[in-house]
Write a protein that binds this ligand. Structure first.
Ligand SMILES: [Zn+2]
Length: 308
């Protein structure tokens, strides 16, 4: 793996599409090209270097390393994709499309598209179960009450669910202490969704800390479950607290409010994924973060899907 001490060094290493393509071939295929259509390694490189021929009878497709990745059919050169990926994976709070357009010397529309596609690339493909000590919580994104703690709102119903608020979108989140965070954007918070979200993502027998929200009471005996009563001003009782996940929520909100100002619910999961990716990669070097992001380039988000 190449290492880059600065963004300048990074730009020098990837200043042409050619250099980026060579890197992508190594990253994706580790030196052995694979046909993206039939997965055969029986392929031949064209003399021009860019394209490959599949030699398997019945396939015989021609392809380049970008086929099947988010870069496929893109009019934007790979060197711009690479620079945008480096900036977005390493900037602690993400950057706006306007800023990115300035950095890349492209239109804001192009930057917006790159921003969204790279955010999609940062989506966790194989989530690992959380274990040991896990904090679960929910928050609301958007609207004027964005910074209000839920104990200060008057919209909790008797069964523990919330009345959906017109301009806010609920997000569920869990973090393993010392480990990673997982988020899920939902249309409303209810006990059944919370239970499934936790059961799918947390190893049985783990210790789970939540607030006193009634929706968490359905978890039965699967976990060692303790709550802190935020409603009556209790935030920490021994090891029982939700400060870690609350810390993540404030990072997420700073990113969304400070950088993007507002986010439509349709795109919110991508933003929470991006924040979770950064949070989960904390402590890694910039180079490792970049390589891991490029390693997730398979699968595409089409422009039509974005604007649908
Ligand atoms: Zn093939």
């Amino acid at each position: 793996m190449k290492t880059f001490k600065s963004i300048l060094a990074f730009q020098r290493a990837f200043d042409t599409d050619e250099k980026c393509r060579e890197h992508l071939e190594l990253s994706r295929w580790n030196g052995t090209p694979v046909c993206p259509f039939c997965k055969s390694t029986n392929v031949h490189r064209h003399p021009n270097g860019k394209k490959f021929n599949c030699k398997v009878k019945g396939c015989r497709k021609i392809f380049s390393v970008t086929v099947g990745t988010i870069y496929e059919n893109s009019k934007i050169g790979l060197s711009k994709w690479y620079l945008a990926t480096y900036i977005l994976t390493n900037h602690s709070k993400g950057i706006s499309s306007l800023q990115l357009a300035g950095w890349l010397d492209c239109t804001q529309k192009t930057a917006w598209f790159l921003n969204h596609r790279i955010r999609e690339m940062l989506t966790e493909n194989e989530p690992r179960l959380l274990s040991n000590v896990v904090e679960a919580d929910e928050t609301f994104i958007g609207g004027k009450a964005i910074n209000k703690h839920k104990s200060k709102r008057n919209n909790t119903k008797a069964d523990g669910s919330f009345n959906p608020i017109e301009d806010k979108t609920p997000v569920l989140g869990m973090v393993e202490r010392g480990g990673k965070v997982i988020t899920k954007v939902v249309t409303k918070v209810n006990g059944e969704d919370l239970k499934l979200f936790i059961r799918w993502n947390v190893v049985e027998g783990s210790t789970l800390y939540t607030d006193e929200l009634a929706a968490y009471k359905r978890l039965g005996k699967l976990y060692t479950h303790e709550t802190v009563n935020h409603g009556s001003g209790e935030y920490v009782r021994g090891k029982a607290h939700t400060n870690t996940i609350e810390g993540f929520w404030s990072l997420l909100k700073r990113q969304i409010v400070g950088i993007h100002h507002s986010v439509s619910p349709k795109h919110l999961q991508r933003y929470t994924n991006e924040s979770a990716f950064r949070y989960n990669q904390r402590g890694l070097t910039q180079d490792v973060k970049f390589e891991q992001a490029i390693g997730r380039c398979e699968g595409r988000l089409k422009y039509e899907d974005l604007i649908a």
